[in-house]
Design a protein around this ligand. Structure first.
Ligand SMILES: *Cc1c(COP(=O)(O)O)cnc(C)c1O
Length: 388
């Protein structure tokens, strides 16, 4: 049976070239990067190189790059580390985020709200975008941190990060962005956007799982998150995961170098998918706007159908996609992102995220659409939701 993976927003396959770059550090070069002997030195040299590569890719300094165990940890650290420390220094106790953030942000701000911080969740428009005026109305001299994702994981909407960071700075607040879903298709330049902190992750850019980065602008000092050894200039204790760090740098280097070419190819596959389903499957809606949207995302509501049933039918045909986000699938709650852009609750359950990647071909897309058509037709015939 043909297999087609359209869940690149949940995770990506490891690029073989990245694996090749990692292998020496999973085998021969096994020293602890903190040891002073030659075994350690060799590992430490690789970590330094990885840090330099990553810094160059995002236009940062080497000393502004901190390795973490992934996007989730980087987000936890940014939210908790900044609000705890700068809340103490400045007496500010207000955090602003958006209604459509990843659970690692939403749960971290909720944690802070249980520890005396006030949290504002900015609404988005029907395209899934935060308008600048909405932030202007919410922010005050009490705001310590604004955290807004660069690109959304469910509907792919891209936020005006540079403009939002500027507003935050006008009020003396710091600005963090979760860029995990953006790194594949949007060139990150922390000097240009002037963000103070930025999170990203290895496994969403064809790198290894379990490694991420928090960029922290020089001069800014969040509270330490993982305390212990002297790793990461004492800011993040724990023996460095050398092969993962090497893989992360290698993955980002290829991602940046091949971005334009991959974007063009992925956009073509995604648009072909949308064009076909729009003309061949009735009663659907594309969620989110098409203008400011990452190239690899299509989020579709199929009316009169349960998304989970459709997901299972597609899985039987070898097709992998996702209902809402991988993190919330399995729960009966409708997606908070679809609710925020105003998808009616009765039909939100019939929504599926298709995410395309650099290995997706037009023939993969045709296979998916052909099977999708028949699955949707069959499920609608059986569905009690269908208008008879
Ligand atoms: C996947 C994802 C994360 C979490 O990253 P992990 O490395 O899996 O912990 C955070 N934010 C967004 C937007 C994501 O898509």
């Amino acid at each position: 049976m043909k297999k087609v993976y359209l869940d690149y927003s949940a995770t990506t396959p490891l690029d073989k070239r990245v694996l090749d770059d990692m292998i020496p550090y999973l085998t021969d070069v096994y020293g602890n990067a903190n040891s002073v002997h030659s075994f350690g030195q060799e590992a430490s040299y690789a970590v330094d190189n990885a840090r330099r590569t990553i810094a160059e890719c995002i236009n940062a300094k080497r000393t502004e790059v901190y390795f973490t165990s992934g996007g989730t940890e980087a987000n936890n650290w940014a939210i908790k580390g900044i609000s705890v420390r700068y809340g103490k220094i400045s007496g500010r106790n207000h955090i602003i985020t958006s209604a459509i953030e990843h659970p690692s942000i939403l749960e971290s701000v909720k944690y802070m709200s249980n520890h005396g911080f006030e949290v504002t969740y900015l609404p988005v428009n029907s395209d899934g975008i935060i308008e600048e005026d909405v932030l202007r109305k919410a922010i005050s001299e009490k705001t310590v941190l604004v955290s807004i994702m660069t690109a959304n994981n469910e509907i792919g909407s891209i936020q005006p990060i540079k403009e939002l960071a500027k507003i935050a700075h006008e009020y003396g607040a710091l600005f963090h962005t979760d860029a995990v879903q953006a790194m594949n298709s949007i060139k990150a330049d922390v000097r240009d956007t002037n963000v103070d902190l930025m999170s990203f992750s290895g496994h969403k850019i064809y790198g290894p799982k379990g490694v991420g980065v928090l960029y922290v602008k020089s001069g800014i000092k969040p509270d330490k998150f993982m305390i212990g050894g002297h790793q990461e200039r004492t800011m993040r204790g724990g023996t460095t995961n050398v092969p993962a760090v090497v893989g992360m740098a290698s993955a980002l280097k290829y991602t940046v170098a091949e971005m334009e070419e991959n974007n063009a190819k992925i956009r073509q596959a995604r648009d072909h998918f949308i064009d076909r389903i729009k003309s061949e499957i009735p009663h659907i809606r594309i969620n989110g706007g098409m203008k400011n949207r990452v190239v690899g995302n299509a989020n579709v509501t199929f009316e009169y159908i349960e998304g989970e049933s459709l997901l299972l039918s597609l899985d039987l045909m070898g097709i992998a996609c996702s209902s809402g986000s991988a993190c919330s699938s399995g729960s009966l709650e409708p997606s908070h992102v679809l609710m925020a852009i105003g998808v009616p609750i009765e039909i939100a359950h019939g929504s599926i995220r298709f995410s395309f990647g650099k290995d997706t071909t037009i023939s993969d897309v045709d296979y998916v659409v052909d099977n999708l058509k028949s699955a949707v037709e069959r499920l609608r015939l059986m569905s009690p939701l269908t208008k008879k």
